[in-house]
Design a protein around this ligand. Structure first.
Ligand SMILES: C[S@@+](CC[C@H](N)C(=O)[O-])C[C@H]1O[C@@H](n2cnc3c(N)ncnc32)[C@H](O)[C@@H]1O
Length: 337
């Protein structure tokens, strides 16, 4: 017989996301970095209402990010990842995922379902990337959150992204350069261009400097709907075409095509949606697809849909290389016609 209680964690699935967002945003994990503290101490340090924080911490303990002993809270291994100062920190990602932009966008899921329009636009009266252009603080937070998520996948992408024969790589919409810096470390002869909007590449100088690769990367403020830097051997677009509906994605591909030499290659890095009858669903792609539906108006695509998008914009797809456990694939294409 079906166990109805199995439905409850899903029905109330917003609670863990919101609890993690709140403790990350208020800096609770950072205040526990030096050792256990009471709820009253944490309330004083975070400027929160003690009895309410106690209740939130109790839930955080249920979700396994803190543990409680003798009235004091400590971080678990999972909770450590919500500190701001640890390698692989997911703090920014937790803050963004449960934050008010995502919250209000998902609140408009019904609107997206009825109209096909992004919930974000309905809630905020503007598009997500226009919102970021107008709010540098949010743009910087988004760049850090994206970089935190990309960092998880970066080792697999670096391993599976074949840059044989590539002397210059343009990372189009490369954000704060996290993935590009990893590729530059892995390929010591490689030179590069990071092409993103001024808001999107916030923090790139620091990321590239810390990785010791700043001398091999030029950061070029770019609007990829107009043009991208010309003449690179390869053009990398990770999680770019997925942000946009087909027509807008086609304009980005056209900008790349115009900048490419006939022998340049295009490398799309995307979560590929399962096709009909695909035996292994890519859960990450399915979830991300919904985030894009309510957020930017973009979509994840099946291999067939990506092939058609490339084909319709002057590219031929040569190869799809899955990148290990990351869920991403590298789609290698060349300009035709
Ligand atoms: C989903 S993020 C991907 C970032 C990075 N490639 C990654 O995967 O970590 C999309 C990127 O597209 C950039 N972007 C959005 N509109 C742009 C535009 N018109 N021109 C250039 N970059 C843009 C954003 O600033 C952001 O860095």
């Amino acid at each position: 017989m079906t166990d109805p209680s199995m439905l409850l964690p899903m029905v109330a699935g917003y609670i863990p996301a919101k609890v993690l967002q709140a403790i990350a945003e208020f800096g609770v994990p950072d205040h526990l970095a030096g050792g256990p503290r009471t709820a009253a101490e944490l309330a004083g340090l975070t400027g929160t209402h003690g009895p309410s924080l106690t209740r939130v911490l109790r839930a955080a303990a249920v979700f396994g990010v803190v543990s409680a002993e003798e009235n004091k809270y400590s971080l678990t291994g999972l909770g450590e990842l919500l500190r701001s100062d640890v390698p692989g920190s997911l703090r920014e990602f937790a803050v963004l995922t449960g934050g008010h932009e995502a919250w209000r966008s998902w609140g408009e899921l019904g609107h997206s379902l009825r109209t096909g329009e992004p919930g974000f636009d309905r809630a905020f009266g503007t598009g997500w990337f226009d919102h970021l252009d107008a709010e540098p603080g949010t743009a910087a937070r988004f760049a850090r959150a994206m970089a935190a998520a990309t960092a998880l996948a970066a080792p697999d992408i670096v391993e599976h992204c074949d840059l044989t024969g590539v002397g210059t790589l343009a990372d189009v919409g490369g954000g704060n350069g996290l993935l590009l810096s990893r590729l530059l470390v892995a390929h010591p002869e490689l030179k590069s261009v990071l092409a993103d909007s001024a808001a999107g590449s916030t923090g790139a100088a620091e990321v590239l400097r810390e990785a010791g690769v700043a001398d091999r990367c030029e950061v070029v403020p770019t609007d990829f709907f107009t043009s991208v830097p010309a003449g690179a051997d390869a053009y990398l677009l990770k999680s770019i075409v997925h942000d946009w509906p087909d027509e807008r994605a086609g304009t980005i591909l056209a900008s790349c095509r115009a900048a490419m030499r006939p022998d340049s290659v295009l490398l799309l890095v995307e979560l590929v949606l399962p096709g009909p009858g695909d035996p292994v669903p890519n859960v990450q792609a399915v979830m991300s697809d919904l985030n894009l539906m309510v957020g930017t108006g973009g979509r994840e695509r099946t291999a067939a849909e990506l092939t058609a998008l490339l084909d319709g914009n002057g590219f031929a797809l040569d190869e799809v290389t899955p990148c290990g456990q990351s869920g991403f694939s590298v789609l290698r294409a060349r300009p035709v016609r």
